[in-house]
Design a protein around this ligand. Structure first.
Ligand code: CA
Ligand code: CA
Length: 262
């Protein structure tokens, strides 16, 4: 149980039930090998196994996408067939310019100039799409941050804070995570007040990064919390650099002590 919670904090517990069971089996095996407990080395080994497994899942997902796109089942994607992956991944071309960009991208990933895509070329295509989606999202978030009066440095800090609070890598934060942040900042806020703020931002009471910035702006305007991003930044920096911070058990413990103050 403890191990599962730790893995969830790492964002390593999949939401898919079958995959989750599969991971839990890996955990059980590690527990069995360690005769009921997992050492630090054992834990790292377990994480490595789970990451391998995740890559496998990702590959299976891509293969599924590929065969869904391959309407005539010839094992290759014509450009027309490949185009459907854009909308599948949430990137429907909005204008002529986007259509041209997508066409250029298809031409670019078709490295053997065959006029269609094999699975390898398709993998590169998906990678490009995912990256450009991420970049678009980032630009949108930065613009929102500016509109809310945050500097780009502050937006970067807030993005870090968000990632730290989003222990399950869901992409949104709920009332519990926002409460954790307030506790960390020692801001005293009633449940109604917190709920009210979240309600004013999102109907689901869950905020993505943009909603979180709106939340911080509202909380930061409060006298109880004068310099929000600044007061968190040094503590967060201690947690380590970028994704590396998720890689060490000590860092994980540090993160927990910061955010899990129950
Ligand atoms: Ca085909
Ligand atoms: Ca090709």
């Amino acid at each position: 149980m403890e191990v599962s919670a730790a893995l969830a904090d790492y964002g390593l517990l999949p939401t898919d039930v079958t995959q989750r069971q599969d991971i839990e089996q890996l955990v059980d095996r590690a527990l069995l090998e360690g005769e009921g407990c997992i050492s630090f080395t054992g834990f790292l080994q377990l994480i490595r196994r789970i990451r391998e497994r995740s890559r496998l899942y990702e590959n299976e997902r891509l293969k599924r996408f590929f065969s869904e796109c391959d309407k005539d089942n010839d094992g290759f994607l014509s450009f027309a067939e490949a185009s459907s992956i854009f909308s599948k991944l949430g990137l429907t071309p909005q204008c002529r310019e986007h259509q041209d960009e997508m066409k250029n991208l298809l031409l670019r990933v078709d490295v053997d100039n065959s006029g269609d895509l094999d699975f390898k070329e398709f993998q590169v295509l998906v990678q490009h799409i995912t990256e450009s989606k991420r970049a678009n999202q980032r630009n949108k978030e930065n613009a929102t941050g500016t509109k809310l009066g945050f500097s780009q440095d502050q937006v970067t800090e807030i993005r870090e804070i968000f990632k730290q609070l989003d222990a399950h890598s869901q992409g949104t934060l709920g009332i519990i995570e926002c409460r954790k942040l307030l506790t960390l900042l020692r801001v005293d806020m009633s449940a109604e007040e917190l709920k009210g703020i979240l309600d004013s931002i999102s109907t689901q009471q869950r905020v993505d990064l943009e909603g979180f910035m709106a939340f911080l702006q509202k909380v930061g305007k409060d006298d109880r919390c004068p310099a929000l991003a600044e007061s968190l930044a040094p503590q967060l920096r201690e947690l380590g650099e970028d994704d590396q911070r998720k890689a060490s058990f000590q860092d994980f413990q540090k993160a927990r002590s910061l955010f899990v103050r129950t």
